[in-house]
Design a protein around this ligand. Structure first.
Ligand SMILES: NC(=O)c1ccc[n+]([C@@H]2O[C@H](COP(=O)([O-])OP(=O)(O)OC[C@H]3O[C@@H](n4cnc5c(N)ncnc54)[C@H](OP(=O)(O)O)[C@@H]3O)[C@@H](O)[C@H]2O)c1
Length: 283
């Protein structure tokens, strides 16, 4: 039995889909049962509640051999993930798989990767078997720019000339499912990228190619981005996202990894394929 969190979100949803296809026995923590109706219909046992509630989490972990830990970024993420780790130890879970990020390193400078790294260290010291899944920027983040791409053939982000090795969430879900069902993944940290290093100008070029019309990337000053997102994100999250995006603008990523292909045996999904698969929202 595998106990999953985050299944009503992007990566957890893809992970659950892959695991269902593999026929794995699944139990999932959800806050809103209605959002997980399809999973329930596919045979996933649902536990309804919040990850901050230790009794609910213990119920989910009862008899589970493996657990998948994914939470969205927020001020409580680190505390909730550390508590989840303690409960996994107490419940007899053997293997904990954590969704982290490629930026999470020992000398991480900004709050989101720092929190991921702190939890990684906590898990490594817990005595559990562990695997860290550490993806780069999700292609699915570009869906937030779909309205301006569709209406103006332009998108605005505060990444300057920064580069990423963006990966498709479907591929990240496939990696999580492999790690949760395959052999030899304990004690491994997997850095997952897509197939190419791309600046956001390159991203615009890929959109132009697939949509058949010129699409432009217009770098947005960070102050303007901060202003636009004020009230949409709570202050801790807004600050953390601005710092992370500033790091991408200034440092970015200069390489891809072959980890996805080594684990899954095929090439990762390209950005052009991602755009093609989401044509209805972009065109
Ligand atoms: N975006 C990127 O480019 C990127 C890159 C690398 C790593 N990451 C990492 O990926 C993670 C986010 O993954 P995602 O984009 O798949 O997340 P997401 O789509 O925002 O989904 C979050 C999931 O967590 C659930 N959840 C939220 N708060 C909860 C709580 N208090 N108790 C129980 N469940 C709760 C949500 O449930 P509801 O449906 O009820 O809200 C949802 O299922 C973050 O840790 C981030 O650092 C992101």
């Amino acid at each position: 039995m595998i106990f999953l969190t985050g299944v009503t979100g992007k990566i957890g949803g893809e992970t659950a889909k892959e695991l269902i296809a593999k026929g794995a026995g699944l139990r999932a923590l959800v806050r809103d049962e209605a959002k997980a109706a399809e999973l329930k219909a596919a045979g996933v046992e649902l536990i309804v509640g919040d990850i901050a509630d230790p009794d609910i989490v213990k119920q989910g972990m009862d008899g589970a051999e493996k657990a998948f830990l994914l939470l969205p970024n927020g001020e409580q993420q680190e505390a909730n993930e550390k508590q989840f780790t303690d409960l996994a130890v107490a419940s007899g879970v053997k293997h904990l798989v954590k969704m982290s990020s490629m930026e999470a390193v020992a000398d991480a400078k900004t709050p989101i990767p720092q929190a991921h790294w702190a939890v990684e260290e906590y898990i490594r010291a817990s005595g559990l078997d562990w695997t860290m899944v550490k993806p780069n920027f999700f292609m699915q983040n570009l869906l937030a720019s779909a309205p301006t791409i569709k209406e103006q053939r332009k998108f605005f982000l505060p990444m300057g000339n920064g580069t990423t090795g963006m990966a498709d969430g479907r591929d990240i879900g496939a990696v999580c499912a492999e790690v949760l069902t395959g052999q030899g993944h304990a004690g491994q940290s997997y850095e997952i990228t897509g197939p190419e290093v791309l600046s956001f100008y390159d991203v615009a070029d890929r959109f132009s190619e697939v949509l058949g019309e010129k699409v432009e990337y217009l770098p947005m000053p960070m102050d303007q981005f901060r202003e636009r997102m004020t009230g949409i994100l709570v202050p801790w999250h807004l600050n953390a996202v601005c710092e992370l995006f500033q790091e991408i603008a200034e440092i970015g990523l200069d390489h891809t990894t072959g980890t996805f292909k080594e684990l899954i045996g095929r090439d990762p999904i390209s950005l052009k394929q991602f755009i093609q698969d989401h044509l209805a929202v972009f065109k």
